[in-house]
Structures are given as structure tokens and as C-alpha cells.
Design a protein around this ligand. Sequence first.
Ligand code: 2AM
Ligand code: CA
Length: 267
Amino acid sequence: MKNSRKIAVRAALEAGRLLKERLGDVRTIDYKEAYNIVTDVDKASEAKIVSIIRGEFPDDDILAEEGGFTEGAGLNRRWLIDPLDGTTNYAHTYPFFSVSIALEEAGKRILGVIYNPMTDELFWAEPGEGAWLNDEKISVSDLKELNSSLLATGFPPDTAKAVRSNLLQFKTLTDRTHGVRRDGSAALDLCFVACGRLDGFWEMKLAPWDIGAGSLIVEEAGGRVTNLSGGPLDIYSGHILATNGKIHDDLTEALVAIEKEDSKKRH
Ligand code: 2AM
Ligand code: CA
């Protein structure tokens, strides 16, 4: 049996090196929709990852951001690939982006690998193996008070159109905590929760390749990951709340209350 982790790590490192080399050298930017960009580097990074994974595991399913879904030979193994999480940052040379690769088997996440090539930080997790940053085991923060937490979120790319725009959540929680960061790579935000740099993260309307790997890394680092109302996480639903566990109930309660207030205002 080939080692899926070794191969995912190799793919993430190779793709990450390409991203680092090409930073500032984006040649084409296409618009998938009016607000949603893809660069030639996203595509080059994905081609590299897919060729490594397909070369080693030709029978596995692949769901990749740019190429979509390719069915394998019915083994019930599916790779979730984001070749560049934080494309908008990348296109502007803002150095906060990553490569994210997850593997599902029979619908369960069994591997998550995320690489930040700018800091040379490789995060990975497997069920029961803990979560790792390079050679060190990582764990979530010990902080218990929502008031003194540092959080992160992101905004759906169609914010202008979206009814649930997350702005009231952002404002209210900015006032109630040490702060809410908006850094533009959900995969890295999740890694930051896993290693205690952040205490919590929430976002809506994400894709499974944005959160497949990071959600497992947070869980294995001792954190808790749910939907926005505290129910079971479904990475295909797009909504995620990940914390160190200790502030989870308070943050869930706050998000639910803010959403209620916001929807009252809208009706
Ligand atoms: P991306 O850079 O891979 O697109 C930022 O808040 C997060 O939203 C990033 O992880 C970004 O991933 C993601 N994102 C941006 N546009 C998106 C879209 N159209 N659908 C889902 N996620 C998106
Ligand atoms: Ca992407």
C-alpha cells in the first residue's frame, strides 16, 4: 500500500515551490464569475498536484478546484485539491496563501496536508496521529474567554449580492473580542486555529477543497469543528466554525444570536 501522506506532502511541497517562484509573475487573470478570479498559476499548481496524485493513485477520485470532479475506479477514495487557497492575495502579491490537499475514504476525511511556501510551514494530520507543523506536534490554544480571543473570518466572494454578508458578525465580534482577522486563506486560518495562533474561525460559502484538510487538522490538534450553529460539520455545505473547543459554545451562541438579529433587520 502506497503511503498517501508521503505523496500528498510531495505534491504540496512541489506546488508550493512553484507558487513561491511565480509570486509577482502572474501572467493571466481570468474571471470565473464577476468577483471570482483564477490565475494561470492556480492552473499550473493544480496540474502539478493532479499529475503527482494521478500518477501514484490512478484509481482514486479527484475533486480539484479548477478541474472539477474526475471519477476513479470506484474505490471510494476522493482527493480534494485546492492548488492555491488565497488566489486574490496571490494576484496582489499579498503573501498569505497555501496549497491544501485532503483525502476522503468512504466519505470520511483521512488525511489533511496544507503548505505555506512563504514560511515553509507544512501542516498535516491523520485521524489518531495528531496534528503536525513540520516536525512538531501542535495543539489548539488554552484560552477560555471569548472576550480575550483572537478570531478570523472571511467574506463570501459575492458579498455585494449575498444577503447574509457576515458584516454584522464581523463588527459585533470585533467589538467583543481582541479582534477578528480577515486574511483570505481559509486553509491557513484553520491551521492557525490548530496551532494556537488563533482561537477561532468561521466562514460561510466555502468549498470542500478550502476546508477538507484544515478541518481535520483542527480536530486532530484538539479543537472542535462544526457548522455555524454547533451541529455536525458537512464540508460540502460550505459553512464552518472551528475553535479551540473552549470558546466553541460561546462563539456559536454569539453567531446564532447575531444572525437572528440580522435576519430580523432584513425582514
Ligand atoms: P480561494 O482563494 O481558493 O478561492 C477567503 O475568504 C476564502 O474564500 C479563501 O479560502 C478562498 O479560496 C475562498 N473563496 C474565494 N472565492 C470562493 C468561491 N467562489 N467559492 C468558495 N470559496 C471561495
Ligand atoms: Ca483556490
